[in-house]
Design a binder for this molecule. Structure first.
Ligand code: TYD
Ligand code: MG
Length: 451
């Protein structure tokens, strides 16, 4: 067979026969790497071989036989537990806690079944020391330090454990593929082989994948569409909590989150995340702070949004955000200028979601606007108030989904007032004297800011 050379982008997986300084697919610079094409068929789509097409009515409708890991936060994100024969990618920055989470989950499972933990990054002794520290020693947990994928496959076939963990997919290599471990070619090939293995043997496999500084699952990013489930672990490494987010799930809903706290003895599940995110709210009556009731999957989450508006010293005004969408803040600032006559053009704007949590939801708009105006006017937002509302370009306030859940969470956490859009679906709760509604941003701000 003729060997063909092609170039493949390490960021997005784009392939071309020519080298480019800048990837035509994603625009990344210097990301194309030379690879050699494999004999056709090696990357065949995964699936149990030798089957014939069946009428859909004759496909056995099995009752769901997923099994829980007993880590409730992980089970929630997985959609209730592990599906036999599934392939799950667990992504996140290096050092965020992926190995810790996987080791803890492996331990919980190993009390009921055999689990194979394949480590390509740490020696067996290192993993044992960590397991010791986490209190996760169990004879049902098998360690295997290997990076050769064919070795891993033969052990998996020999032992046939119900669950296996590959830590990490970037350290695995398949002999015969000339590119280096961690390159797109290797990562894709290794994952395809593990996918076939999972589907034919029924072993549920977790792949750990590191991300690049751009925040993308580089290398593993090309796996997102191959695997069944993508979980992403995030959080500020200097802070203690970690959020496990479902990005894709063929067996359940996405957008669920699991919240953990990193402690000296590993990850501890956080059953009440609102309390965790609000714990630092020691000065609620300082201008520039507002609390939003965000909805992450099925779960409401109260988070403090802080803003600082200060005159620009010289040059172009700065806009900086952490944890909230930069473009959304720019849009809200524009609405405040145009519809409410606030002169923000000569002001620097800084907006933060406190605690390092990342939020991306239209319901945040109102809290961002309240925090900005509160800081600009130097008037605090009502400290007992929680808000949730989307802001339209004409300055109208739009309803948000799941408003009942948000209101319940706010009152449960000790807040006494809730502000949202007039047209929200608020049947019986509308009689509650603590619920305030407005049609416009201007009306909402009047209610939110104590004058
Ligand atoms: P790790 O799981 O190795 O991260 P990843 O696999 O995503 O690269 O987590 C390593 C970090 O977690 C490290 O900075 C130390 C911290 N840590 C704790 O704070 N407590 C613990 O019990 C453990 C095991 C790790
Ligand atoms: Mg690790």
């Amino acid at each position: 067979m003729r060997v063909k050379i092609y170039y493949s982008c390490q960021e997005c997986g784009h392939q071309s026969t020519r080298w480019f300084g800048r990837c035509p697919g994603c625009g990344a610079w210097n990301s194309l790497v030379e690879e050699i094409s494999q004999p056709a068929g090696t990357a065949a789509p995964a699936g149990p071989g030798g089957q014939l097409p069946l009428p859909v009515t004759e496909v056995p409708a099995l009752a769901e036989d997923r099994f829980p890991t007993e880590l409730a936060e992980l089970d929630r994100v997985l959609g209730g537990g592990i599906v036999p024969g599934s392939l799950t990618l667990v992504g996140g920055d290096p050092g965020i806690g992926k190995s810790t989470l996987m080791l803890q989950a492996a331990y919980q499972l190993s009390r009921r079944m055999q689990v194979l933990y394949v480590s390509g990054e740490e020696s067996a002794r290192q993993v044992r020391l960590r397991a010791d520290r986490l209190g996760t020693l169990s004879p049902g947990l098998l360690l295997f330090c290997e990076t050769d994928l064919d070795e891993v496959e033969s052990q998996l076939r020999r032992l046939a454990p119900p669950v296996a963990i590959i830590d990490s997919i970037q350290t695995m290599y398949k002999a015969g593929i000339p590119s280096a471990p961690g390159s797109v070619g290797q990562v894709r090939e290794c994952a395809a082989q593990l996918m076939r293995l999972a589907k034919t043997t029924g072993i549920s496999i977790f792949l750990v994948g590191h991300v690049t500084k751009e925040g993308m699952l580089a290398g593993p990013r090309v796996l997102e569409h191959m695997v069944d489930t993508v979980l992403y672990m995030e959080g500020d490494r200097r802070q203690f909590f970690r959020v496990l987010r479902g990005m894709k799930n063929r067996f359940g809903s996405t957008h669920e989150i699991g919240v953990f706290e990193m402690s000296g003895a590993g990850l501890v599940e956080v059953a009440n995340p609102s309390a965790l995110f609000l714990i630092q709210r020691s000065r609620p009556d300082v201008p520039g702070s507002a609390v939003v009731a965000a909805l992450e999957g099925s779960r409401p989450l109260l988070v403090e949004i802080q803003a600082l508006v200060s005159p620009t010293g010289y040059g172009v005004p700065r806009r900086m955000t952490a944890g909230v969408d930069y473009n959304r803040v720019a849009l809200i600032a524009a609405v405040l200028e145009k519809r409410m006559g606030l002169n923000l053009g000569s002001q620097d704007l800084y907006v933060n979601a406190v605690g390092g949590v990342k939020l991306d939801e239209p319901a945040l708009d109102l809290a961002i606007a309240c925090a900005l105006v509160s800081s600009f006017r130097d008037v605090p937002v009502d400290p007992a108030l929680v808000c949730a509302g989307e802001i339209g370009l004409t300055g109208e306030l739009r309803p948000v989904t799941g408003v009942q859940k948000r209101i319940k969470e706010a009152f449960k956490m000790g807040f006494s007032r809730f502000l949202t859009a007039s047209r929200s679906a608020l049947p019986e709760l509308a009689e509650n004297p603590g619920i305030f509604t407005a049609d416009t941003l201007a009306g909402a701000l009047e209610l939110a800011l104590k004058v």
